[in-house]
Design a protein around this ligand. Structure first.
Ligand code: 5GP
Length: 253
């Protein structure tokens, strides 16, 4: 079989040329990084879990009319996605203060916010993804005002959908990050949700105990990341009950 052409390799995923024009294959690695790559580990099974969870969230979003790049899952670690032109911005939505916002503004982690707060970060590893304003985004040509309005609308719809889905299984969606990409359809272009949505890019806290079920487990050395992600997958019904972390994740098809 001919070797596939790699298009891009990131910290947690690889993109390969897809089977048809306008498609890519997104491969989920087990590599886990924090602090812009300062901390790095291989966590067995993480890629499998994120592939499955991102499929679940993106399929749900597609079904309620929030456009995403997801087409279908191919196997345990790969999914077929639409090729997009990635907008160089991370869009963060926060429902509860945590992480960098708590540090920056001195707000105690866990403080409920009066409304969802949206922030933009410029995707640039050399600069550690700095927070930017709409003024910066427009002045430097990363996106137009219309794009910003569309990104905010997409982000809030993702927030509503994900919050509800998590709430139903006893998990609080504290915050999350999404990325968007441009697709061209005839004379029109529009933005769709791209990249991944997984416990790598969300903060997820158990509603009862406050236990962290996301990448902060790795960032802050709080225990087994696989156990945390497996618990999220189990509650959402994509893993069988009684899966011990020792034997690795088993998927339900
Ligand atoms: P914070 O700004 O507090 O570090 O992150 C806010 C939210 O966005 C968290 O859920 C975090 O996981 C996510 N996030 C921010 N930057 C990145 C990033 O570069 N990669 C990933 N996977 N998630 C991010």
């Amino acid at each position: 079989m001919a070797r596939r052409r790699m298009v891009y390799e990131g910290k947690a995923k690889i993109l390969y040329e897809g089977p048809e024009p306008g498609t890519l294959i997104q491969f989920f690695k087990d590599d886990t990084t924090a602090g812009n790559g300062e901390k790095h580990a291989q966590i067995e099974g993480k890629g499998v879990l994120n592939n499955r969870l991102s499929e679940l969230f993106m399929t749900g979003l597609n079904n309620i009319g929030v456009p995403t790049h997801f087409i279908r899952r191919i196997n345990m670690r790969e999914q077929l996605v639409r090729a997009v032109e990635i907008v160089p911005l991370e869009i963060v939505v926060r429902n509860v203060a945590a992480g960098s916002m708590s540090k920056r503004l001195g707000i105690e982690e866990g403080t409920a916010l009066p409304r969802p707060i949206i922030e933009f970060y410029y995707k640039n590893d050399d600069l550690n993804d700095p927070i930017v304003s709409e003024e910066h985004i427009i002045a430097f040509g990363w996106a137009t005002q219309q794009d910003i309005d569309d990104m905010i609308s997409l982000a809030l719809r993702v927030n509503d959908f994900m919050s509800g889905m998590m709430m139903a299984v006893g998990i609080k969606l504290v915050d999350f990050k999404i990325e968007t990409g441009r697709v061209y359809e005839g004379d029109f272009q529009r933005l769709i949700v791209a990249d991944e949505i997984s416990p790598d890019s969300c903060r997820l806290w158990d509603i009862e105990t406050g236990q962290k079920l996301d990448k902060d487990v790795f960032r802050r050395d709080l225990g087994s990341l696989t156990d945390a992600y497996t618990e999220v997958a189990r509650r959402l019904g994509v893993m069988p009950r009684n899966t011990s972390s020792g034997s690795g994740p088993k998927l339900v098809h």
